[in-house]
Design a binder for this molecule. Structure first.
Ligand SMILES: C[S@@+](CC[C@H](N)C(=O)[O-])C[C@H]1O[C@@H](n2cnc3c(N)ncnc32)[C@H](O)[C@@H]1O
Length: 355
């Protein structure tokens, strides 16, 4: 049988193969259902990267958004990042997508934060003890040797599980160990009791005015991996130093570590934010000098922590754990190659308090 060719009065018939393929592809994209969650860290200075990553996902799956939608997403992300980062640097931004059909992409955002206690709880679940290393800091033990155990009370701030507290107490010094996190404070109490060491464990925030430490009492206060990991802003460091000056005896010493830029490097805001997220808080020479002028604290030494520890630890005690060197070299901030060096490093600062 012969079939007649159909004709129509409608002239807008598409027969161009490329256009038809394009239309088939568009239909295919509309019929993709998409749902998922992306968890981002909150780094406000990297806003453009969030937009790039999210736009790429949306576009890659054919859920193209108009520019005004992207502008709205940008506004929402910026707002959530500011809020999240202000709470804690490791607050996560959760972006949830759900999309079907041509325009049916819904995007939800929320921030999820943890207390420091919860953060450490999670941290130790994936690690083997001793969590901060087996050996005390050489710089701590060398500084300690300037004092007699009989009349030199020592304060270990942010004592953790006692990496420094216990070796100091074994030498006969009286130690007050202040630790914020309950799980570490409990561990420390167990170790102290089992060896009957002269240590008072105080579970508290050192910045809390009710923290039961003694004023004008300590010959040496140490804060190892505390300012470098948890003191984010110069205002927080100011509060910390105010407390230190209240607790030290006249002539007492304060030893702490902090990340500082090398040579004239000036860290951009995104570097500082990435540092805070990865437990590497950076303060410049200028910031520290200006701040120290407000206090009766004189900096008596400022040394590279890696170099000091390498030189003064026994060979089996350096590095004291698998992550110390990379962390102290700033590689938690910059994903550099092993042989490359970041423009920041961990430094030991020792200062003297005088009335
Ligand atoms: C990285 S750990 C170092 C522990 C120990 N100093 C060491 O070097 O092995 C930092 C410790 O400081 C504690 N910490 C942070 N901020 C504190 C604060 N404001 N008061 C008391 N402890 C604090 C944390 O809970 C954590 O145990």
């Amino acid at each position: 049988m012969f079939v007649e060719k159909l004709t129509t009065l409608n002239h807008n018939i598409v027969t161009d193969i490329d256009r038809l393929n394009q239309a088939i592809e568009a239909k295919f994209d509309h019929q993709i259902s998409l749902s998922g969650t992306i968890e981002f860290p909150c780094i406000p200075s990297l806003l453009d990267l969030y937009i790039e990553r999210i736009s790429a996902i949306i576009k890659g799956l054919g859920k193209d958004r108009k520019n005004d939608h992207i502008d709205f997403i940008r506004f929402m992300i910026a707002d959530h990042l500011e809020q999240g980062f202000a709470i804690a640097p490791d607050t996560c931004l959760k972006v949830t997508f759900q999309g079907t059909g041509k325009d049916g992409l819904r995007i939800k955002m929320e921030i999820c934060s943890q207390t420091l206690d919860q953060r450490y709880q999670q941290w130790i679940e994936v690690r083997e003890p001793p969590f901060f290393g087996e050996y005390p800091d050489a710089k701590v033990m060398d500084t300690l040797s300037q004092f007699s155990p009989h009349n030199s009370p020592i304060l270990d701030i942010g004592a953790g599980t006692g990496r420094n507290t216990i070796p100091i107490a074994r030498k006969g010094y009286n130690v007050d160990a202040v630790e914020l996190t309950s799980v570490f404070a409990q561990e420390l109490v167990k170790s102290v009791n089992s060896e009957k060491l002269p240590v008072q464990v105080i579970q508290s925030d050192i910045l809390n005015p009710d923290c039961p430490v003694k004023n004008s009492h300590y010959a040496l206060a140490i804060a190892s991996e505390v300012i470098s990991t948890h003191i984010r802003k110069i205002e927080d460091l100011r509060k910390f130093l105010t407390v230190i000056c209240k607790l030290l005896q006249d002539g007492g010493l304060f030893l702490f570590d902090v990340f500082m830029p090398i040579n004239d490097y000036i860290p951009e805001q995104k570097v500082r934010e990435m540092g805070q997220l990865n437990w590497c808080c950076i303060f410049t020479n200028q910031e520290l000098n200006d701040l120290f002028q407000e206090f009766s604290l004189e900096i008596i030494s400022n040394e590279s922590a890696i170099e000091y520890e390498k030189k003064h630890q026994s060979s089996d005690a350096f590095p004291r754990n698998s992550w110390f060197t990379n962390w102290a070299k700033g590689h938690n901030i910059f994903a550099l190659l092993e042989e490359e060096n970041a423009p920041i490093e961990l430094r030991w600062l020792l200062c003297r308090y005088s009335l």
